[in-house]
Design a protein around this ligand. Structure first.
Ligand code: NAD
Length: 493
């Protein structure tokens, strides 16, 4: 059967060698958006060869940082010029409300501009001298691109997750093969068009939609890849790590979370309700850093639950393109079924369902789910411990700071955490005790390109964004020189 799309390899749009396709559906009504050309291992091989050649023989890694920055800035502008259209594409493919999609696309463009600045910075910062204890020698330390990078990304922020990898990798001078999620492949294909129009040399960025077990696994195992950057679930991350172990690939992993939000009794109840809702209902709760475990100090517990329930009932559910909608459909049938299974497990394990838990009335088609609140959630229950990745918040009461911090840190994950209190000394103290890579005080989720993103424990390895994101794609080399006129004199006396 003919595909509606093609693969982008070596600057050309091509059909997959084996002709495979997969369907991408609109989660609001379960209709076909496109029959997408699916890459197999043979296509991955071609794309890696193209990226290899572009890196080993092509101009990109040899260009000045400023010259690369000019291309990145044209990409940022290309994204901005098409912001509305790209946002609408994300709404169709992912289901998210349009204002969130517009925000994502704006952030995507901003990410390219940010790494354009850092690419320019490399011109003055690529090498620096290091004084050595032995003055007969001099040394310079130099940053160089790591080589050919493979990037495998999830479906929750399709174009933004691509940007978090593509922008710093290109800024560093790497060449790439990008595999978007099979659930949301459309915007990555547009990113390839934008890169092409911005004058990115052929082979520098190759975009291969495909299934995880085919294209994804082939990329993770390919010996021509120097670095593998992965964002997705812990089980897939573990598989990627095993594949990468075979030939000692440099890897970075951005994985799942079960992020706690500690709310002390002195907090403003309205602010607490708003940030809880943003922390768990934004993007239908399909956010790796979602504050899905909420710990509320006992004095505030009952009134907060009451206000939260009132506000959850007001959340407008609907198609992402409809005005005022705050909760769209979940991304897929698979994700919808997973979240419903978790809700059933929560009820069976003794958590109290305060609100939601089912398909909202009036929605016969599409993967719509009510915003869902569980209270009195047992600490050893599955829903308290594991990532649900849906609009489901789990809440418990606590009595004192020590108990709250212990409970928050009692997790195999460590991506994000949040704390709320009017007592800033206490909030700052707690923030320093939380074992997580991202900690918010008096808010939850706002994400900035300037600061590092990534997790402790099983939430991942390495950091994206900021200068840390660029360092992911750089090797560090020392060049040490013997400057003395005297013979070394070890063997030849
Ligand atoms: P997933 O692990 O199912 O898939 C992620 C990507 O891996 C997809 O492109 C998929 O095709 C690919 N893949 C699947 N099997 C593969 C294999 N065997 N080899 C190579 N690639 C393979 O995750 P998902 O459902 O797309 O995304 C949700 C997960 O991502 C959640 O756990 C979420 O917390 C996490 N996430 C983390 C961050 C972060 O920054 N830490 C950001 C977004 C999402």
């Amino acid at each position: 059967m003919n595909a509606d799309t093609q693969l982008y390899i070596n600057g050309h749009w091509v059909d997959p060698i084996k002709g495979g396709t997969f369907d991408t559906l609109d989660p609001s009504n379960e209709t076909l958006i496109a029959r997408v050309a699916a890459a197999s291992a043979a296509d991955v091989d071609l794309a890696v060869q193209a990226a290899r050649e572009a890196f080993d023989e092509g101009p990109w890694p040899q260009m000045s940082g400023s010259a690369r920055a000019a291309v990145l800035r044209r990409m940022a502008q290309g994204i901005r010029d098409r912001q509305q259209e790209l946002a609408e594409l994300e709404v169709r493919d992912n289901g998210k409300p349009l204002p969130e999609a517009l925000w994502d696309i704006g952030d995507t463009a901003g990410c390219f501009d940010f790494y354009a600045d850092l690419a320019e910075g490399l011109d003055s910062d690529q090498e620096h001298a290091v004084a050595l204890a032995d003055e007969r020698f001099s040394a310079v330390v130099r940053k160089e691109p790591v080589g050919v990078a493979g990037a495998i990304i999830p479906w929750n922020f399709p174009m933004l997750m691509a940007a978090w990898k593509v922008a710093p990798a290109l800024a560093a001078g790497c060449c790439m093969v990008l595999k978007p999620s099979e659930l949301t492949p459309m915007s990555a294909l547009e990113l390839a068009r934008i890169a092409d129009a911005a004058g990115l040399p052929a082979g520098v960025l190759n975009v291969l939609p495909g299934l995880g077990q085919d294209a994804g696994a082939a990329l993770a195992e390919h010996p021509g890849i120097d670095k593998l950057a992965f964002t997705g679930s812990v089980p897939t991350g573990s598989r990627i790590m095993q594949a990468a172990a075979r030939d000692i690939k440099n890897i970075s992993l951005e994985l799942g979370g079960k992020s706690p939000f500690i709310i002390f009794a002195d907090s403003d109840i309205e602010a607490a309700v708003e940030w809880i809702m943003f922390g768990i209902f934004w993007n239908q709760g399909q956010v790796c850093s979602a504050t899905s475990r909420v710990l509320v100090q006992r004095e505030l517990y009952a009134p907060l639950l009451e206000r939260l329930e009132e506000e959850a009932a007001k959340v407008r559910i609907g198609h992402g393109m409809d005005e005022g909608v705050l909760l769209g459909p979940l991304v897929s049938k698979g994700q919808y079924d997973k979240v419903l299974t978790a809700i059933t497990a929560g009820q069976e394990e003794g958590a109290r369902l305060v609100y939601g838990g089912a398909r909202p009335a009036g929605f016969d088609k599409g993967f719509y789910l009510q915003p869902t609140i569980f209270a009195d959630v047992p600490q050893d229950s599955w829903i308290w411990r594991e990532e649900i990745f849906g609009p489901v918040v789990c809440i418990r009461a606590f009595d004192d700071e020590l108990e709250a911090v212990r409970s928050a840190n009692n997790s195999r994950f460590g991506l994000a955490a949040a704390v709320m209190s009017k007592d800033l000394t206490r909030a700052e103290r707690v923030a320093r005790k939380l074992r997580a890579g991202i900690v918010w005080i008096n808010c939850s989720q706002p994400t900035f390109t300037e600061v590092p993103w990534g997790g402790y424990k099983q939430s991942g390895i390495g950091r994206e964004l900021g200068e840390w994101g660029l360092n992911n794609y750089l090797e560090v080399k020392q060049i040490t020189r013997y400057d003395s006129d005297q013979a070394w004199g070890w063997y030849l006396k």
